[in-house]
Design a protein around this ligand. Sequence first.
Ligand code: BGC
Length: 951
Amino acid sequence: MKFIIKSRKVFILLSICLTGLIFTITCKKSADIQIVDLRCEYRKEPIGIDDRRPRFNWVMQSDERNQVQSAYRIIVASNAGSLSKEEGDMWDSGKTISERSIQVEYSGKALESNTTYYWKVRVWDKADRHSAWSNPSCWSMGLLDKSDWQAKWIGVSYNDKEFTRSADTIFTARGSPPGTPSPMLRKTFPLESNVKRAMVYVSALGLYELRINGKKVGDHLLAPEWTDYSKRVQYQTYDVTDMLKPGENTIGAILGDGWYIGTFGQWGDNASRGKNYGSLDRKFLLQLDIRTEDGESTTIVSDESWKGFADGPIRFADMFLGETIDARRNIPGWDNTGFDDSEWKAVHVFPDPGIELVAQMYEPIRVIDTLRPVTVTEPDPGVYIIDMGQNIAGWCRLVANEPEGTKIMLRHGERLTEEGGLYTQNLRRAKQEDIFITSGEPYDTLEPRFTYHGFQFAEITGLSKKPDLSMITGIAISSYPEQTGHFECSNPELNQLWNNILWTQRDNQHGIPTDCPQRDERMGWMGDALVFAQTAIYNMNMAPFYTKWIRDIRDAQTEEGEFADFAPHPNWDRPHLNAPGWADAGLVVPYRVYQNYDDLRVLERQYQSAKKFIDFVHKSNPDLVWRNHAGNQYGDWLNGDLIKSDSYPGEGATMPKDVFATAYFAYSTNILAEMANLLGIGSDAEEYSALADSIRQVFNDNFVSGNGEITGDTQAGYVIALNFKLLPDSLKPLAVNHMLRRISDYDGRISTGFHSTVLLMKELTDWGYTPLAYDLLESHELPSWLYPVDQGATTIWERWDGWVKGRGFQDIGMNSFNHYSFGSVAEWMYRTILGINRDDNHPGYKKFIIKPEPGGSLTWAKGEYHSIHGLIRTEWRSENDRFILNITVPVNTHAIVYVPSDFPESITEGGEEAVNSPGVQQVGMSKNQGIFEIGSGTYQFESKYSIHPKK
Ligand code: BGC
């Protein structure tokens, strides 16, 4: 008995020890890393993608400092059950020794059309301990081969006598064929049992809104968005499993003109309806794949069995001109079962247009915000002006309680006249007018679908009394990828500026990056995108959107190799080609995508086009000065010479065209050499790097004198030559002095245009003149960023002097209040105020630089950037001569941190001497800063450092 008791004790003791041992061993084995964000092709659980080798990214978190991934294992399965059993029937990467947690390419069995795949990942940390499996994720493939499509292009043809059409639809723009009502299409079909999975693939030449059983499908607007329709059109995929039911089902579609047919484009009669792509017929394509619980598969396609109606409530819809809706013609129930469609006719089947169908792989245009107007005024009897308080791209939703047949007109504009009326002159021919004819039903909700306007103010006429603000909602729409950046500091005016920049970006992303959202232009101007790309990338997850637009750039390239000035580039007589600084976006934008996201694929796909372009410029300019085939030579667009003000020099800001063009030729050739190098095309890398050297030499021989003066003697010239690394080392300090001289010639004001403005700020900082850069940033004098802020701007103006007190508006021919180019200064704000910088030796922020430089009036600043590797945060403040800097570094990355200090030896981290702090390694020191390398984690550096904020 005794023995038993004894041995029981021993047994219990042993068990405790053993459990403890097992516990310790298991603890040691599992890493302190959580996988928190799984992405396939940059997006969470995307559906309907068509890349056959999609790439995976994941973001990790850990409480441990300096944590890195040493290996990963990815499993991809064809069903969720297999995935949970760790059976990778499509792909099992096995334990792969690698730090790579982004852009990991799928390398399993061939992926099939219209199929959902499931995946998860686990990682090993720096001590080779594995993490738990991530949560499962999935993605689905679209229709990968042309032969997958059984659908036919359908619509209603207005030449077809079968269709009746009322005659009240005559809205024309400069001799355009008249607009016609939006066609409505429908089809009913039975289902015998519950639906297990239903995916619908939809496209249009024109625009479509898709409806199933009385409800709108998805939240896309203006689908399928803009591409070069003569070559390709996008399709969208929607999971409609929950929208279908056993019994009778109905699909409906309404079609609009959009970019395919509408009066889009500003040049001459190109703006006529039907001119851009040679057709007035809206065409629709749909394929619905249904799998029911009884194991059956059904495919519903657009074909001759559908019915159409050509005389519905949308009487006219055009992107520039606006939309007319006659609510008396609403057809209740048309998109649902039980509707009597005996008056509807069989649709028209169009021949296959023979263009490519590609999946939309970036975030769609959707509603991003709804706003209540802040005021309503009545400048004239019965004329009401509402102020949204924010310049947006979108439209108004109006709820009306008016007798049947009341015609209400909404006109949209960005500004008011001095008398308080709507200012529309800067819209040129884009009327931006919506007309609603009421049904007489109480609470008629009137809202356009197939147009958008750039506006802060709307004028409403036709109402019987002053509208209540609750009757009107501003609907802001955008292709809005998730926001990745944020900025805040102690100067509220700079916060307003940053906010204005963000809104301008939101207002200028509608399938393509546009110059402006209001006047008769709204084109994918490439120079604007080139200068703004880095800011755009700080603000939002731009890679998928730019990947699509870079393909538009390729589609717009000529056979000879010229890149266009904007993309897409409709089939006009092609006068807008190859302008220096615009065409170059064909290299610069993909390269920015590579630098920020470590995306080599985008370079691979662009490489041949980029090379063709450089070869073309080279062949056209054998002496290496880019003068021939330089298109419209816009140069450093909208520089100081275009400012109309007595107190501002009227000349001296314009960089001579050949100087500007040749600088870009060298810059882009250098990027091409880098691309070749990265893609492992050694011979090209050598050839183009030698060519870039020769162009630089020619630039110096032709335009740079021995004292560093550059032809034209402009601020822009020095800035661009320095930033593009065109000058020999010996001349750089001289050029910097010239740059400073030219700034003081303008009484400390800028005279730079679109291309050189942010570069001026960067060069000032790089050469140690950050205080001057702050002076420029915080200046309220014309031209400056805060001048418009003082005038109440809520977006960035196209021109420094779009409106000037006492002088009024600039030239009506070109004066947008929603153009992002000068907003590229946000890049400097992220880099210099927040201190968040790429390290281009380690693309995708695998390693980066934190280097905040306090200055100006600022006493604190904070912000963040969600890099592809995870969240980077910085926050600094100055308190009683102490500088406190908080930093967050994502798992699997490293940062070099520059801590400003009057006594660098005094720098602490987490309260300890920085040099002794865990995970902190000192890598340098100078008299006013300590330099440290840190791994992942959160850190608090503190140093003795007195800043003297300007009042
Ligand atoms: C656009 C610009 C564009 C330019 C070309 C303008 O009309 O609005 O932003 O870059 O043309 O110079």
